[in-house]
Design a protein around this ligand. Sequence first.
Ligand code: NAD
Length: 347
Amino acid sequence: MASPVKVGVIGCGAQGTNHLNVIKELGMEMAVVSAFCDLSPERLQNAKELWPQAEAANDFKAMLAPGELDLVIVATMPNTHMQMALAALEAGADVLCEKPFMRNAEEAETVLETAERLGRQVQLGTNMRYMATSGYLHDLVASGEIGTPVYSKVWGCHVNPPWWGPHYYLSSSAGGVLASTLIHALDLAIWVGGSPNPVSVSASMGRLFPGKRGPLASPEIRERFNVEDLFMALVRFDDGSTCVLEGNWCDDRPPPHCFEMVTTKGKINSEPFIVTVDESGEVVDKTPKLTESSGWGESIRNQDADIIQSLKTGSSWTMQDSRQLLNLQRLIDGCYESARNEREIVL
Ligand SMILES: NC(=O)c1ccc[n+]([C@@H]2O[C@H](COP(=O)([O-])OP(=O)(O)OC[C@H]3O[C@@H](n4cnc5c(N)ncnc54)[C@H](O)[C@@H]3O)[C@@H](O)[C@H]2O)c1
């Protein structure tokens, strides 16, 4: 493709604005935002300041109607992801959809089957895969140099509920700390570990809000907050490895999204970034010095650059496949089912 990739962004809130900014940084020869959409006039105005030449719409179907977009980024809350992703695919675009992918595996299957039928691509915004440390750890495990994964501990803990978007209302968010926060490091740990299939999960969840952090929130948030802000689970995989998950929205210690993994020959930590190997019984630090930064903003930029570059060169998106996407969605569904019913779920 000689011309820039034409991008449409649905939802110009916190994350939509990140994408609008990142695409600007990539440069007009790579991509242009030709259209964006939001229900809020104020957010449309903010987007207009970043992309004055783009069409502004308050109806995503009207935005998609001309059928001229190469890529649509869905950055609304999860209750609208399926209808927007399906409409974008039908309009001839490939789709980058924010996490959590869909509200359940049934919706995820519908979207993935539609993409397959139409010959289009779908990727989930699990941007942590694009951190330099993530790529290094993924390739290290894949090489077999550090043995095979045995056990991992994954956590996603914010100091507060995510006040920037309505992630704490079940009707729009499809879940609390697991669906909104913990999902990032969970996806990353599974991917680094070679993407085994999850086979069972035993989970529990609870809520500390408004007892914790409640005084910091507006009365409207306090009244309607109805998701879990505490989550724990044990997951078993078909390669024999296990994973312990922990998430909350009232943690006092950074970093917020991390995992550590014990392997048959060593141990890796995503943040702080540490690689140790057992050499003749001694624990040896093998952490490399990486020149590329692994910040959150860079990972979103790398993600958008990767998929836009693939569209420009006509190559396929390779970071995820449908099996991984469906496995993640089924695992999230299984986590919630297990926690609600207080028993182990076989996936
Ligand atoms: N990967 C990341 O780093 C990251 C960070 C934050 C949020 N997210 C994800 O991005 C998504 C959005 O979260 P957010 O925090 O930006 O929420 P947000 O509330 O700030 O933004 C969502 C926007 O969608 C708009 N919207 C809602 N319904 C719409 C419709 N029918 N048509 C057009 N616009 C509509 C809202 O007006 C709002 O401006 C969620 O899926 C969230 O999990 C990802």
